[in-house]
Ligand binder design. Structure first.
Ligand code: RB5
Length: 169
C-alpha cells in the first residue's frame, strides 16, 4: 500500500519509527514532514498535507501523528473525503477500519508507546471495512460533505406526498 505520513515535532520520533515499520512491512511510504523533533512546527500543515494526498488519490491511506493525535486528526478531518481516526491501540485501530472505513490513522507521539503504536498500525493497514449498516452511516457523512451549502439537502418528497409542502427544517 502507498501511505503518506506526516507529523509535527511532537510526533516526529513516532512517525519516523512507524515509517520504518511500514517500509519493513512492504508498504511504500511518502513522508510529507516535518523533518525534525528539534524545531517546533504547527500540526495543521502536516495533517492537511497528508489528508490532501489521500483525498487526491496520490496515496491510498495516511498516518498522522502529533503530541496527542487530537489536533492533527481535527485538521485532517477538514478535508472532504478524509475519515481520520484517532487511534490508541489495536481495538480502536480495528474498529476504525471495520466500522468507520477510516482512511487516515492518527496517533499521539506523547501518549502511545512504540510497541502499541506498531501493533495498532499493523491492524489498521490489514483490516477491511465491514460495509452493511456502516456503509449507510459513512454515506450520511459523505452526503453532508458534498452538499453545496454544507447542510444536508432536504430529502425529495416520497411518492404521493404533497410536493407543495415545505420540507421540515
Ligand atoms: C504540540 O505541543 C502539541 O500541542 C501538538 O503536538 C498536539 O498534541 C496538538 O493536538
Amino acid at each position: 500500500m502507498r501511505i503518506a505520513v506526516g507529523s509535527d515535532h511532537a510526533g516526529f520520533d513516532l512517525k519516523r519509527a512507524m515509517a520504518g515499520h511500514l517500509t519493513e512491512g512492504g508498504h511504500e511510504v511518502v513522508d510529507l514532514g516535518t523533518g525534525s523533533a528539534a524545531v517546533s512546527v504547527d500540526y495543521p500543515e502536516y495533517g492537511l498535507a497528508v489528508a490532501r494526498a489521500v483525498a487526491a488519490g496520490e496515496v491510498e491511506r495516511g498516518l498522522c501523528i502529533c503530541g496527542t493525535g487530537i489536533g492533527i486528526s481535527i485538521a485532517a478531518n477538514k478535508v472532504a473525503g478524509v475519515r481520520a481516526a484517532l487511534v490508541h491501540d489495536v481495538t480502536t485501530a480495528d474498529l476504525a477500519r471495520r466500522h468507520n472505513d477510516a482512511n487516515v490513522i492518527c496517533m499521539g507521539g506523547r501518549t502511545t508507546g512504540l510497541a502499541e503504536a506498531a501493533d495498532a498500525v499493523d491492524t489498521f493497514f490489514a483490516t477491511e471495512f465491514e460495509g452493511g449498516r456502516h456503509r449507510r452511516r459513512i454515506d450520511e457523512i459523505t452526503q453532508y460533505e458534498s452538499a453545496r451549502d454544507g447542510r444536508l439537502e432536504p430529502a425529495p418528497p416520497a411518492a404521493g406526498e404533497d410536493e407543495r409542502q415545505s420540507p421540515i427544517p
